[in-house]
Design a protein around this ligand. Structure first.
Ligand code: 5GP
Length: 230
């Protein structure tokens, strides 16, 4: 039966993960808005807090959006193997502290990472059974509008982010599922349903073929497979 909140129909024979989910997609597509809404409205999901060498934007609180650290501190974390994944993005370093994620997963808490495409690939290699979700903009024009409208970056950084976004969009087919960000509310509902529908004890068994997209909906999800017509 199709879940009205998600527009998905789970395959009866296969369980749904209560393990690790990665949300990725181009900069400014709205990942952090989705994450913020889930943080406020969905306490059963734990959100990993990344470390970054970027400076805080107005309104960002250390330890909530990120732990803001120096480049030296970041390199020490990398050298000590304390990051599950890390990447350099538009001139700054970003990474996911390993231990908090491991602890949540061992306790069976549904865990969400918001990372760039490079980080998503590293998590896929490191964690069997991780679910990779790609957040896609409704259109390229809309992405440019969001990126330039944010007004928090210099022209230089903006150009770097637009260039990065172009490359990141090409990675969509590497992900298990695409959610199109036409509505933050819908995306959050879909994502939380994917993460919390049914706990399983062995996430490694979970593969991508667990959901069927509701083909008729614009704002719904697409399931990505190598076998699909790409
Ligand atoms: P922003 O500076 O806009 O907050 O983030 C820039 C990019 O870095 C976004 O695509 C965001 O998803 C990504 N990002 C945030 N945290 C991490 C992380 O821990 N690891 C990686 N690889 N990317 C991250």
């Amino acid at each position: 039966m199709t879940d009205p909140a998600t527009g998905f129909e789970p395959r009866a024979a296969v369980s749904v993960p209560a393990g690790l989910t990665v949300l990725s997609g181009p900069s400014a597509v709205g990942k952090s808005t989705v994450v913020e809404k889930i943080r406020r409205g969905c306490p059963e999901v734990w959100l990993s807090v990344s470390v970054t060498t970027r400076r805080p934007r107005p309104g960002e609180v250390p330890g909530r959006e990120y732990f803001f650290i120096s480049e030296r501190e970041f390199k020490d974390l990398v050298a000590a193997g304390q990051l599950l994944e890390w990447a350099r993005y538009a001139g700054n370093y970003y990474g996911t502290p390993r231990d908090p994620v491991t602890e949540r997963l061992e306790s069976g808490v549904p865990t969400l990472l918001e990372v760039d495409v490079v980080g998503a690939r590293q998590v896929r290699a490191a964690v069997p059974g991780v679910l990779l979700v790609f957040l896609s903009p409704p259109s390229w024009e809309e992405l440019v509008r969001r990126l330039t409208g944010r007004g928090t970056e210099t022209a230089d950084v903006m150009a770097q982010r637009l260039e990065a976004a172009r490359t990141e969009l090409l990675a969509e087919s590497e992900f298990d599922i695409t959610l199109v960000n036409t509505s933050v509310r819908d995306v959050c509902a879909q994502l939380v349903a994917l993460m919390t529908a049914k706990p399983v004890s062995e996430p490694a068994r979970l593969g991508p073929a667990i959901w069927k997209a509701d083909g008729g909906r614009d704002s719904g999800a697409r399931r990505n497979h190598q076998s699909a017509h790409r």
